[in-house]
Design a protein around this ligand. Sequence first.
Ligand SMILES: NC(=O)c1ccc[n+]([C@@H]2O[C@H](COP(=O)([O-])OP(=O)(O)OC[C@H]3O[C@@H](n4cnc5c(N)ncnc54)[C@H](OP(=O)(O)O)[C@@H]3O)[C@@H](O)[C@H]2O)c1
Length: 258
Amino acid sequence: MSTALVTGATSGIGLSFAHQLAERGHDVVLVARDRARLENVSDDLRAKYGVGTEILVADLSDRAETGKVAERLADQARPVDLLVNNAGYALKKRFLDNDIADEEAFFDVLGRAVLVLSHAAARAMRERGHGAIVNVSSVAGQITSGTYSAIKSFVTVFTEGLSAELAGTGVTATALLPGFTRTEFHDRAKLNMSRLPKFMWLDADRLVTDCLDDVAKGRVVSVPGPQYKAIVAGLRFAPRSLVRSRARTVHRPKARQG
Ligand SMILES: NC(=O)c1ccc[n+]([C@@H]2O[C@H](COP(=O)([O-])OP(=O)(O)OC[C@H]3O[C@@H](n4cnc5c(N)ncnc54)[C@H](OP(=O)(O)O)[C@@H]3O)[C@@H](O)[C@H]2O)c1
């Protein structure tokens, strides 16, 4: 029986990872801040799939709490075979309108935690000669929409580099680049998404199924949905000046992050 650890496992994409991994027979370690929600998810997974579950209450903007999750990943007596670095959110304000403390916490959850937890997991997995890491990035990392894009760009490039470093070790790293996906993400940030065309929305369950297929194939970058595959391919060839000017037009507090 193998074990998966999912951060941000109480909602949206992370919740879908937790369900699909449990359905495939993995025991699951669930990480998020809200204990009551974690307990509900844990009970649900045990009842539905008969797997073992563990809860780690951790705010990934807190270094000590992130350190505890890293310790769990490094514990060779209780191996974790698959890590999904998924926890994340969108900021309500633009960079210059925001407090720097909020920006730093954002950086810690979306960037630093991915770095620290990937390090702990990849070392332990390399020693055992197998394992997989999924870092949830975003299509937004391909554009220039504020600090969200900048950090997601880091996550994608970091994961690509990690995957090269892990070549031949039996461990893989995959960056998942979702586009707009129906979860709690936009409501939590009070983003008005009413003008986003229907075809631009992804379904979290479908996206996670496609991602797990890509992980099984050893893909380094997973872009779910034909519309976003086309957008990401186009962005690779688009002049950066054009990318920057388009980002300026969408970079308004309303529908800017996904
Ligand atoms: N939805 C989209 O359109 C979209 C598009 C591209 C990429 N993404 C990325 O997908 C990932 C998942 O987002 P989602 O859309 O599934 O959002 P979501 O439904 O809001 O879920 C976010 C999850 O992260 C957890 N979380 C938030 N802050 C945390 C913190 N400080 N420490 C620990 N856990 C924390 C939340 O639980 P608690 O509140 O209990 O901590 C929750 O389980 C994020 O990395 C996001 O950037 C989303």
